[in-house]
Design a protein. Structure first.
Length: 150
């Protein structure tokens, strides 16, 4: 078995940065926006609040977020929340309603519909841990990650 590594991270670097290592003019603000999203999964912030906290207008945040990640802030946030929900369903015995609440979905119906659209099955079926259960991939594919700064 072989393990190919492009580079080894420095000990002080985070293990994963979600592909947001771009150091462009807005890179740090977008990284901060992602950190805010990650810290507020149970009670999601609206785009205006995130933009205000990182020092951008809502429109600038949306435009730069799309440029850096390939996704709108809303789609990125939903992807983070669904990743958390998927993990909770696979690793805990919380009810589907509790998982929905812990993932920031106020409506069980909205959660189930969104989960099914992403994974192809309702959350209750995913819990079964069968061989055919969907596997959560990295929240962002390489196509959605910003290019590395030169």
């Amino acid at each position: 078995m072989h393990l190919l590594m492009g580079h080894v991270r420095a000990p002080a670097d985070n293990q994963l940065d979600g592909g947001l290592s771009n150091t462009g003019m807005y890179g740090s603000k977008i990284r901060r926006a992602v950190q805010l999203m990650e810290k507020a999964l149970e009670e999601p912030l609206d785009c205006e609040a995130i933009a205000g906290q990182v020092g951008l207008s809502r429109r600038q945040l949306e435009r730069q977020f799309k440029h850096q990640t390939g996704l709108s802030p809303l789609k990125y946030y939903i992807t983070l929340r669904l990743a958390k929900a998927h993990s909770l369903l696979q690793q805990t015995r919380l009810s589907v309603a509790q998982v929905a609440a812990c993932s920031g979905f106020g409506s069980l119906e909205h959660f189930s519909r969104t989960y099914r659209a992403r994974f192809g099955c309702p959350p209750s079926e995913d819990r079964s841990q069968v061989f055919t259960a969907p596997v959560m991939r990295q929240p962002l594919s390489k196509a959605h990650r910003p290019a590395e700064a030169d």
